[in-house]
Ligand binder design. Structure first.
Ligand SMILES: CC(C)(COP(=O)(O)OP(=O)(O)OC[C@H]1O[C@@H](n2cnc3c(N)ncnc32)[C@H](O)[C@@H]1OP(=O)(O)O)[C@@H](O)C(=O)NCCC(=O)NCCS
Length: 148
């Protein structure tokens, strides 16, 4: 996994990934599971997920190069990751993103991206431990299959 290229994508998306999150991204890539999208051998997007419990995983990072947005890369990364996680027995997937109450424009599209792919907000935690003050966290989940 080319962690430098992933961090470079995050650096270019500075309204989504503040500089203080880059070291955690690098650590996650080393520690957790990652999927990448490439075009002509160039990394254009990545997704990182952590299986936190045998049947539950968290998508910790997803990003696509700005110039490659709206061509299906984010959806393809998500589909590949969810397929692999489901094959490993994961039934519920969580993602945390910036809550609407923050009133911060760029993340409105991000929340819509998750909503249209079946993720449901179940909570807003503010402050979320580990997040900078003033960043209410929307907790979203999607079921990969019925759990009962
Ligand atoms: C969110 C993000 C990963 C989406 O990546 P993407 O590659 O643009 O995602 P997709 O192209 O699959 O889907 C985005 C839109 O493009 C459209 N689209 C998908 N395939 C398309 C195609 N072949 N042609 C034209 N448009 C297409 C879809 O309609 C989709 O819109 P919708 O969500 O309203 O349905 C990207 O915008 C990003 O990196 N954002 C900043 C970081 C971020 O917010 N990360 C998540 C943190 S929680």
């Amino acid at each position: 996994m080319d962690a430098d290229s992933c961090v470079a994508i995050a650096q270019d998306l500075s309204e989504y990934f503040s500089a203080d999150t880059h070291s955690e991204l690098r650590a996650s890539i080393d520690r957790d599971d990652a999927w990448v999208a490439e075009v002509s051998a160039r990394l254009v997007g990545f997704l990182v997920a952590r299986v936190r419990y045998p049947r539950a995983a968290e998508i910790t990072h997803l990003a696509v190069r700005r110039e490659a947005w709206h061509h299906g890369t984010g959806t393809a990364l998500l589909s590949a990751a969810l397929q692999d996680l489901q094959e490993r027995g994961v039934v519920v997937v969580e993602v945390k993103t910036l809550d609407a109450t923050a009133g911060y424009g760029p993340y409105a599209a991000t929340r819509e991206f998750w909503r249209r792919r079946g993720f449901v907000q179940i909570d807003c935690i503010d402050p979320l431990p580990g997040w900078q003050p003033g960043n209410p966290s929307a907790i979203l989940v999607a079921a990969l299959r019925p759990t009962r």
